[in-house]
Write a protein that binds this ligand. Structure first.
Ligand code: MN
Ligand code: MN
Length: 466
């Protein structure tokens, strides 16, 4: 056989994932780059779940979405949103088909790992004012010291008034930081394991250093901080008890690399899927099936809590839709399909030992489909069926979307989960589809512009199914 015949045979028989640049047009690359300019603007505006909900509601309203009213009757093409306590959001476009034929759901999360303030956080020690924290989600604690932090969230005052806090983001704002030991004195610390070198209880945020007045007395640095907070926000120390204040990295999203192919930012996991899932439902014109994008909270702590997907809010929303047509909610759910829109670990050439290269996802090889997550022997995963994988694969291929498969690390290297299993628990067909990320859960995560654009296109064709 000639070498050409062998090459042709290989091309037709072998599975060879390729760099997206090898298959897409120049216009697609340009479109991806443009898409990402808006994505970066979103990242800088909405670092926490509440800000994401506000951002997407305002974007939705610009496009004719109205707040969902379960007593109203909706018709095909109507656009609604359901705001769950300001921390998770459902966007929905009514389809032409009966709700009995099921809905198409994309589900991403808008919370990201961070440092939450404790309920009673403020103290003074040795001329410094500090805030106690408890970390939220899975972090490598050493990565969160000596990086500039901003404070986001809300405080509910004693009289019930809600005060919004966002400080450290605007040019000229002060910022905050967790201090770390100098190497000269870190001999003992450096002997510890990386998980023990920085203790969770040591993630204290430095917020002040000047006393209230020259007069002698204790806790005057703390008093000065409380005075500044009282002047600016009208809050007292006890108001921290009814607050959600979240410290997040203060830096902005930036292009990474000489060729600008990547974006570095805080919170790509999972805003890199939430953003395209929302844009896709915004752009889905007159869909056949009713389309739903869920932007959920609490994924990083296990999806528990009434704003997480382990609560019933999605089920209740579907039940309200079903009731409009006199259908049973479980019939709707059983006929529904979902793309669980979450990130996967991109193969990192500096740490090849945690991945199995044949099944890992690679930056720039397109949107990643993850059949199963979990750990060890597929513990804690929904594991999509071959039939559903086949359907999604066909849909992506027919629409020229660059995609790859992925696995969250090699067998027994660790593992993790997504919201897929909570959606699967509703008897919905579901598979994970999202964007590969480098340095996942670090204060500064990396994704590819082409991969996020492919995710957008994937959600869009999913919503536009005939
Ligand atoms: Mn995630
Ligand atoms: Mn995560």
């Amino acid at each position: 056989m000639s070498e050409n015949t062998i090459k042709e045979l290989k091309d037709s028989l072998f599975y060879e994932p390729r760099h997206a640049m090898e298959t897409v047009s120049e216009e697609t690359v340009k479109a991806a780059d443009e898409f990402c300019e808006e994505y970066k603007a979103y990242l800088d505006k909405a670092k926490i779940e509440r800000e994401s909900v506000e951002y997407f509601i305002s974007e939705a309203e610009k496009r004719g979405f109205c707040e969902f009213d379960r007593k109203r009757k909706y018709s095909a093409g109507d656009k609604v949103y359901y705001n769950n306590r300001g921390k998770s959001l459902i966007l929905c476009v009514m389809g032409k088909k009966s709700i009995s034929e099921g809905v198409k759901i994309s589900a991403a999360h808008i919370d990201s790992p961070r440092l939450d303030l404790k309920p009673n956080p403020l103290y003074e020690d040795s001329n410094l004012a500090l805030l106690k924290t408890r970390y939220y989600g899975g972090i490598k604690k050493y990565q969160w010291t000596a990086v500039p932090l901003a404070l986001h969230g809300v405080v509910i005052k004693a009289d019930g008034e809600k005060v919004r806090v966002c400080i450290g983001e605007d040019e000229g704002d002060p910022q905050f930081v967790v201090t770390d030991l100098l190497p000269h004195l870190a001999g003992e610390q450096m002997k510890q394991t990386m998980s023990e070198g920085i203790k969770g209880e040591n993630l204290n945020i430095l917020v002040g250093s000047r006393p209230f007045s020259k007069d002698e007395g204790s806790e005057k640095v703390k008093l000065n901080i409380m005075k500044i907070l009282n002047d600016k926000y009208g809050i007292e120390e006890s108001d921290f008890l009814s607050a959600e204040l979240e410290a997040v990295p203060a830096f902005k999203a930036r292009d990474i690399g000489f060729d600008r192919g990547l974006i570095g930012a805080y919170g790509h996991d999972d805003k890199v899927c939430a953003y395209p899932a929302a844009q896709a439902i915004f752009d889905a014109e007159n869909p056949q099936y009713t389309c739903v994008t869920v932007l959920t909270d609490k994924e990083e702590t296990g999806s528990d809590g009434n704003t997480g997907l382990n609560s019933s809010y999605l089920k209740y929303f579907i039940a309200d839709l079903a009731a409009m047509e006199g259908e049973e909610p479980w019939r709707v759910l059983s006929a529904s399909e979902c793309l669980s829109a979450d990130v996967n670990a991109a193969f990192d050439p500096t740490y090849p030992e945690v991945s199995e290269k044949m099944n890992a996802s690679f930056v720039n090889n397109g949107v990643v489909i993850t059949k199963y997550t979990g750990s060890r022997g597929k513990g804690g995963t929904s594991d999509a069926s071959a039939e559903y994988m086949g359907k999604i694969r066909r849909m992506l291929n027919e629409n020229g979307i660059v995609w790859q498969i992925g696995e969250l690390g090699k067998v027994e290297a660790g593992g993790g989960g997504t919201v897929a299993m909570y959606v699967a628990a509703l008897d919905v067909d579901v598979v994970d589809l999202g964007v590969p990320v480098l340095s996942m859960h670090a204060p500064f995560e990396i994704i590819s512009k082409l991969d996020i654009y492919m995710a957008y296109k994937a959600f869009k064709v999913f919503f536009e199914q005939k």
